[in-house]
Design a protein around this ligand. Structure first.
Ligand SMILES: [Zn+2]
Ligand SMILES: [Zn+2]
Length: 172
């Protein structure tokens, strides 16, 4: 028996390319970013994880077609999402610039590989990667634990060392 090709074409709604044509600039962009061989076979609401290539940064990634076409919070390029500053004034780097020596120290210690300092807020719960300026220890801590004004957290390694040497300033 020959299975009719395209029998399931309408599962998940309209064919993807048709949807693109009807969605102006946004549809055009998605059609351009689409890197799968046969877009004609996919429906707009398909679960299929298609390949996409970002028109802005050329990053290639996979995402379900429906995640890109849905009208509520569609997914875009993950790389670009990381690069966009969360807020001009509330991002971590802006906070550092406003907080003198302490800000300088924190911005030096922030070495998170996944999110640039402009992509997190200073009050974020995100567990970023830090590198201690004193002992070079690397650890993860929530951004807001380090920026808060009431007993901010520091390097756990140094904390242990400080405790061992008592409070008389005999730091390592
Ligand atoms: Zn991108
Ligand atoms: Zn340390």
């Amino acid at each position: 028996m020959v299975k009719k090709r395209g029998a399931n074409q309408h599962k998940g709604g309209k064919p993807f390319l048709e949807w693109c044509k009807e969605n102006g600039k946004r549809g055009e962009k998605l059609a351009n970013e689409f890197r799968e061989e046969l877009p004609t076979k996919l429906a707009k609401g398909s679960d299929y994880k298609a390949k996409w290539k970002c028109g802005t940064c050329s990053h290639v990634w996979r995402a379900a077609v429906k995640n890109r076409t849905e009208s509520v919070r569609p997914r875009g390029c993950p790389k670009c999402a990381n690069r966009i500053p969360v807020s001009k004034t509330k991002n971590f780097l802006a906070w550092c610039e406003k907080n003198g020596e302490r800000g300088k120290k924190l911005s030096r210690e922030y070495i998170d590989p996944d999110r640039p300092p402009t992509a997190v807020t200073y009050g974020s719960n995100y567990k970023a990667l830090w590198n201690c300026g004193t002992c070079s220890h690397e650890w993860r801590a929530k951004v807001f634990h380090r920026t808060k004004s009431n007993s901010p957290s520091g390097c756990p390694q140094c904390n242990i060392a400080n405790r061992r040497h008592g409070e008389d300033g005999c730091f390592v």
